[in-house]
Design a protein around this ligand. Structure first.
Ligand code: NAP
Length: 251
């Protein structure tokens, strides 16, 4: 294999992708398998037959780790069931939409639990074992709302800003131990997460009108960045938040 191509190979690596059942997580799981990785597919519930079949078709082995991340305190104990993980993709996430003035605190808290606390605790559990081995890759899934305020999603924006900060904080502590921590910030991607935006004609037109690429993203648009950040090609990339957004932030 040419040196440049080999740099991106994930052969012999095991990747854990959270929220692998649908959307971005599913596309990334299959993309990492296509690059040679074996997968640990995480789901909130054990409903992973579809993605497991796609991973196997792509040539990867697949096992499952089922855990509801809305109770993050369960993560340290549940993570003991995991075998060695070379690549962790913290993808699972939720969004709750309601104007800030009346935003239910329960929604705010729930989003923080899944999108931030769970990300920290799982990174800590898996990252400690990576540090003990002297290598590993952690990829966070950030957002345009790691940079911008958004509308009607105060908990989501707070969590995604924090995820960018956590990416940098962990990167600084762990780079010297051979563990690279980075994030991908997807633009507007057509998944269940953005269903309500796409169903609102005014918001849909407003959003697609400012995407320089002229279209919403699809989950497969994130695969190249994920393979890069999971592979040896990014061994000197630390604490970076990589926007994959069709130019949204450049506008
Ligand atoms: N779509 C976008 O435009 C966009 C933009 C920026 C960032 N993101 C981020 O990308 C990530 C993936 O989102 P998506 O767009 O692919 O939407 P999605 O299809 O709704 O995927 C979210 C995934 O997270 C899992 N999940 C949710 N709550 C969970 C819990 N309590 N425990 C365990 N797993 C849970 C879901 O599993 P179940 O379905 O089984 O609950 C699902 O597989 C999220 O972090 C999201 O914030 C998305």
């Amino acid at each position: 294999m040419a040196r440049a191509a080999g740099m991106f190979s994930l052969a012999g690596r095991t990747a854990l992708v959270t929220g692998a059942r649908t959307g971005i997580g599913r596309a990334i799981a299959v993309g990492l398998a296509e690059a040679g990785a074996d997968l640990v597919l995480h789901g909130r519930v054990d409903d992973l037959d579809g993605v497991e079949a796609e991973v196997r078709k792509a040539g990867g082995q697949a096992s499952r780790w089922v855990l509801d991340l809305s109770d993050p305190a369960r993560i340290p104990e549940a993570a003991r069931r995991l075998g060695p993980v070379d690549v962790l993709v913290n993808n699972a996430g939720i969004i709750r939409r309601a104007p800030a003035a009346g935003h239910p605190y329960a929604d705010f808290r729930q989003v923080l639990d899944v999108n931030l606390d769970a990300v920290f605790l799982l990174s800590q559990a898996v990252g400690a074992r990576m540090l003990a081995r002297g290598s590993g890759k952690i990829i966070m899934i950030a957002s345009m709302l790691s940079f911008q305020g958004g509308v009607n999603v105060p908990g989501y924006t707070a969590a995604k800003h924090a995820v960018a900060g956590l990416t940098r904080a962990l990167a600084c502590e762990w780079a010297g131990g051979g563990v690279q921590v980075n994030a991908i910030a997807p633009g507007y991607i057509a998944t269940a997460n953005t269903e309500r935006l796409r169903a609102d004609p005014a918001r849909e037109t407003e959003i697609s009108g400012r995407i320089p690429a002229g279209r919403w993203g699809v989950p497969e648009d994130l695969v190249g960045a994920a393979v890069f950040l999971a592979s040896g090609a990014s061994d000197y990339v630390n604490g970076h938040v990589l926007a994959v957004d069709g130019g949204w932030l450049a506008r």
